[in-house]
Structure formats: C-alpha cells, structure tokens
Design a protein around this ligand. Structure first.
Ligand code: SF4
Length: 357
C-alpha cells in the first residue's frame, strides 16, 4: 500500500506519527478516534464544489474492501482507532459504491471487528443495500448537502431531490428504527449539509434540520462551511464564515435536544441567524421569557439561557424533595449560569432584569 493513499482518500483528519488519518468524532460526551476514509476518490459526477468531481485533475485512489478491512482491523488492534467512518465518491454507479462499503464492513465483522462503523451511503442507493447497511453498521447516513432541489440544479448534482434524497432518507429512517428494535444500528441516522456554497438561507437549513430530527429521528446533522477548491467552478467564490456553521450547530442542537422549532429562531431580513448573538438568548428575549424557577415545568426551564438539561433535571429533583430555590447562590450551586439566566428568571431575591449577551 502506498503511504500517500491515505492523504488522497481522507479528509478533515489529523495524521499521527505513522501517517494514519485519525478523525476525532465528537459524541455527546466523548471524542472517538476513527479511521475516516473514502472507498474511492474516482467519480463520474460533476458537483461544482467538489475536489473529486470528474474531469478535475487530481490524483485518485481506491481501496479494495479486503485491503481496507485488513488495515482497519490492524489499526483497531493497535488501539489507534476505535472505529471506521466510511464514505465514497461514485466511481461507476451509486449501488456499486455502496456494495463495496458494505463488503468492507462485512469482512471486518467476520474478522471479529466489534468496534463502531459509520457508513455514509450514496444518494439514490437501492433500498436493499440500505437494509444491508443498517444490519452491519452502527450509524448510517446520506448527505442531504442542500435544503432544496433548486440548489441541486445550481451545483450540477444530477439527482432527483425528492426521489433520491428525501424518499431514501425516509426509507433509511424506517429501516434504522426496525434495526434498533433488534439492538442493531444503535447510533442511528445522520446527515450532512454544506453551508454557503449556494444562496440557501439559515431558515431553510433549520427547517430541514427540524424535519430530520423530529420526523426521521436523526442523531446528528453535520454542517460544513463551504471552502473553495482550486480548479473547480467555485474556486473564486468566497469561503463561508465559520461563525455561520457554529450558529447553525447551536441552533440545531436546540432543535434536537431542547425541542425548539425552526420558526422560533430570530433571523435577519435575509432569513439568516445573527453572527454575534447566541440563538437561545435571542429566542428568550424575543418571547419575553420570564420563568418562575420554583414552579416552571421542565420544558419551560430548559428554554432559559444558562439552564441546560442536566441543570433543569436537578432543579426539578430538588423541588420534588421540598427544596425552594430562593437565592442566586442556590441556583449557582445547581449549575445555573447566572449571568445568562438571571434576566429570564423569577425568584424573590434576584436583582432587576438586565440582558447580557
Ligand atoms: S458525487 Fe460526491 S465525490 Fe462525486 S463529485 Fe459529487 S460530491 Fe464529489
């Protein structure tokens, strides 16, 4: 195996001293080192933003399933990785690409690899292959990339948005649910979107994120700020600002874990989130939130900036055991971030309301 094959087939990774590409996947509470790689970087498609679009001069490589399985197994046994995150370009057709991904995981499982496997499938993939993927992998996703069909046309992605993406995602979601009932595919469904390559708005992205979380029960929706790549049609387009990606992550987290709706967020006249202000704070301010800490329901408490899910649980538990939260000191002890929460909390000894960003 040529050493630079790693570099060609991997993205967004750090290289350890053996030039192994390690991608730190950040879960809810921990960071998991994964081998993140493409099955192949040969592609017949021509997506405008992509480094691997066909016709672009670049060095390309591919793994054979057996070869990748052996490499993954070795790294896992050496404790360099705790799992595999496998995507691909579309070398000939989407089904063939996914068949190779599945074959790799199948070999790995036969060889005793019990670690985490994450498969990113190709849009439009055949339904039978989706079923096989959820049987073998811990997490399975399809990249949505853009929130509307028009943007697919703009980017020269020749897919039927409704048929090849939305319907496939719905099917995948149903299959994941069935697999989870049998204790498989425990890490669920995920997806990813590129931000800032087209003129999509944050409102559109938040709406589709809400759909993914509430209807399809997605476990993660990733955002990737657009960066222009040389020798692509978008090489002269400006990179997207990182703060936008960050605000989208904050907002989608509020949708997923705190029950916010896309329509709750404060947007500017272009239907985008504001750069300098925290989305949760803005929603609380807009709705003139004022919560009685000693009587509010759980879902009301978690709307308060500075009160997270664990802190709200502690507040409810203390109240249930007869404790009255009547001072800033007590709130601080249970984990409330006073600077952010005080303006929105009703509690006898708290100071006059002042907004802090
Ligand atoms: S199908 Fe994937 S790899 Fe191929 S050009 Fe489009 S984004 Fe790039």
């Amino acid at each position: 195996m040529r050493r630079d094959k790693w570099k060609i087939l991997t993205t967004q990774v750090d290289y350890d001293k053996y030039t192994v590409p390690i991608y730190d996947s950040v879960g809810r509470s921990k960071c998991i080192p994964l081998l993140k790689t493409l099955m192949s970087s040969f592609c017949t498609n021509n997506c405008k933003f992509c480094a691997f679009r066909c016709g672009r001069k670049t060095r390309r490589e591919r793994w054979e399933p057996e070869e990748l399985a052996k490499v993954t197994l070795k790294l896992w046994k050496e404790r360099k990785i705790q799992g595999l995150f496998l995507s691909s370009s579309v070398e000939r057709d989407p089904d063939l690409a996914v068949e190779k991904q599945i074959e790799t995981v199948r070999i790995l499982r036969k060889l005793g690899f019990t670690a985490y496997c994450h498969l990113r499938l190709m849009p439009s993939v055949n339904r039978e292959l989706i079923k096989q993927s959820v049987e073998l992998a811990d997490r399975v996703g399809i990249n949505i990339e853009f929130p509307r069909a028009e943007y697919y046309n703009d980017m020269k992605i020749f897919l039927n948005f409704r048929q090849d993406i939305i319907k496939r995602m719905k099917f995948l979601s149903r299959e994941v649910k069935k697999a989870q009932e049998e204790g498989k595919c425990k890490a669920g469904l995920d997806s990813q979107m590129i931000v800032g390559a087209v003129n999509e708005t944050d409102k559109e992205i938040l709406q589709i994120s809400e759909w993914l979380y509430s209807k399809l029960k997605a476990r993660r929706v990733y955002f990737s700020a657009f960066e222009p790549i040389k020798n692509t049609p978008l090489e002269n387009q400006k990179p997207e600002k990182k703060w936008r990606e960050y605000r989208l992550y904050q907002s989608s987290f509020l949708i997923q874990r705190y029950g916010f709706k896309a329509e709750d967020f404060v947007l500017n006249e272009f239907e985008n989130l504001l750069p300098n202000q925290d989305p949760k704070f803005l929603v609380a301010k807009k709705s003139a939130l004022f919560v009685d800490v000693n009587n509010a329901k759980f879902r009301e408490l978690i709307r308060v900036p500075g009160i997270g899910i664990e802190t709200a649980k502690k507040i409810i538990s203390l109240r249930n055991s007869g404790v009255r939260l009547s001072s800033e000191k007590k709130l601080k002890e249970v984990g409330v971030i006073l600077k952010r929460a005080v303006p929105f909390l009703k509690i006898s000894s708290l100071r006059k309301l002042t907004y802090f960003v």
